[in-house]
Design a protein around this ligand. Structure first.
Ligand code: GBH
Length: 461
């Protein structure tokens, strides 16, 4: 059948890394345990009207207590790696200063469990959960937060540098900066172009400053994770082409170019100045931001088609000066997030990134899809759409590799169903189903298929 044909056609380079990814606030729960301080996502999710039906990460999937069983699941699936994030407010409840050893101890136990199971830890320092205490002092819009982030990186690498080899600074700074400060769809929920522009620069500066601290501690597998949305113009009219250029600039090039080449794209810099939201760059910042990367993390979900034209007021733009740009609804099958499905665009994207970042190995740090799970009478979870999405995107990635893209690994988003930010628990991305009443985990068909891909890859080595 088609599934077997797709499976049989997949081959990967020797040593290719296969894993799954999660993020602290989306899975841990235990938000007041062991001295953890509040983060901006605690504040945001507890603010009425911000998340789907008021959902919060208070309990999430209780990974804080269930991590041994979750690691056992990874072993069962045959993952060679696991990408997770550390919660900054667990380690530094006030954001800076006093270190909470009980928070660090949790990650020591988690990492030891992973190593014992033969699963290689890939640690991300920041997946959106800024300590609220730092937000109260201005958050990412304030330059000081970049310095505090570097100090936090130094604390974590001091505690875990002996047992974690792969380190990443930020997950998707575009989301922190623009969804957090421009459209307000993520914490801290601001709609302020000046703050969004400042946050963009300070996140990247924090990345560069943290790089220095990690290198000084001997880290030799270092990267950053960026999210990419290919932006296609709806027509070849000058207005649509310009709309696509602007969104591609702020979404994709704005983070890639400084991280790999030490330059902001000149057209975006001009757009931000025209919008009255210039970047607060100081001398030397770009050299700091361009710290050499051992790999670039790529998160890919969908492509977008954009058109010039006024946006409806109820759809706030994430893009500075983007009030006159429309993102069109995707055509064809969409996931429960309302996202289109385009594996072909994934192939093209990887080749495009390769051309912009020559010599930098790529790691797919997230790719996945949300669907409504159907649990059958025997308790099995059949998710044919996710199986199809997974296999087609793996195939698209191998096509890019055949055409010359230097891709070294793939992490499925996500290991487990979890707290999908503003969309709460209504959106399921896991390879493993979670019953939110009982916290029972059930490997979905997609998890079994992924395990089979990994088994064949191991055998072929
Ligand atoms: C990732 O975000 C997150 O890292 C992860 O935590 C999350 O659970 C997962 O994906 C699933 O959502 O250009 O205005 O159209 C991906 C978030 C969503 C970021 C779409 C870019 C496009 C914004 N991406 N978004 S826009």
């Amino acid at each position: 059948d088609a599934r077997e044909d797709l499976l049989a056609g997949l081959t990967f380079p020797p040593g290719f890394v296969f894993g799954a990814a999660t993020a602290a606030y989306q899975i841990e729960g235990a938000v007041t345990e062991d001295g953890r301080g509040p983060s901006i996502w605690d504040t945001y999710s507890h603010t009425p009207g911000r998340t789907f039906q008021g959902h919060t990460g208070d309990v999430a999937v209780d990974h804080y207590h269930r991590y041994p069983a979750d690691v056992a699941l990874m072993e069962e699936l045959g993952l060679s790696a696991y990408r997770f994030s550390v919660s900054w407010p667990r380690v530094l409840p006030e954001g800076s200063g006093r270190v909470e050893q009980r928070g660090l101890d949790f990650y020591r136990r988690l990492v030891d469990e992973l190593l014992g199971a033969g699963v290689d830890p890939w640690l991300t320092l920041y997946h959106w959960d800024l300590p609220q205490a730092l937000q109260d002092r201005g958050g990412w819009a304030d330059r000081d937060t970049a310095e505090r982030f570097a100090d936090y990186a130094a604390v974590v690498v001091d505690a875990l540098g002996d047992r974690v080899r792969h380190w990443s600074t930020l997950n998707e700074p575009m989301c922190s900066a623009l969804l957090g400060h421009m459209s307000g769809l993520h914490a801290p929920g601001l709609q302020d172009p000046v703050a969004a522009s400042a946050a963009t620069h300070h996140l990247l500066l924090g990345h560069g400053l943290a790089a220095g601290r990690l290198r000084a501690a001997g880290v030799d597998s270092f990267g950053i994770t960026l999210n990419f949305t290919p932006m296609n113009p709806a027509s070849d009219s000058a207005a649509d082409l310009d709309a696509a250029r602007r969104l591609d600039g702020q979404q994709n090039r704005m983070f890639l170019e400084p991280a790999v080449n030490g330059e902001y794209p000149a057209d975006v810099v001009a757009d931000l100045e025209a919008a009255g939201a210039p970047l607060p760059i100081r001398d030397g910042d770009l050299e700091v931001i361009a710290a050499p990367l051992d790999w670039l993390g790529v998160n890919y979900y969908f492509e977008s088609t954009v058109q010039a034209g006024p946006r409806p007021a109820e759809k706030p733009t994430s893009f500075i000066g983007g009030e006159d740009v429309l993102e069109l609804d995707p055509v064809g099958v969409t996931t429960t997030m309302g996202w289109g499905i385009s594996p072909e665009a994934f192939t093209d994207l990887l080749l495009w990134i390769g051309s912009r970042a020559p010599g930098v190995p790529l790691v797919i740090t997230e790719n996945g899809s949300a669907w409504d799970d159907v649990v059958d009478a025997e308790g099995a979870v059949h998710d044919p759409e996710r199986v199809d999405f997974l296999l087609r995107h793996l195939a698209a990635m191998t096509t890019a590799i055949e055409k010359g893209a230097d891709v070294r690994g793939y992490f499925a988003w996500s290991l487990l169903d979890n707290f999908e930010w503003a969309r709460g628990y209504a959106q399921r991305f896991g390879l493993v189903h979670v019953d939110y009443e009982t916290q029972r985990r059930t490997v979905k068909d997609s998890g079994r298929v992924y395990a089979e891909v990994l088994r064949r890859h191991r055998e072929a080595q």
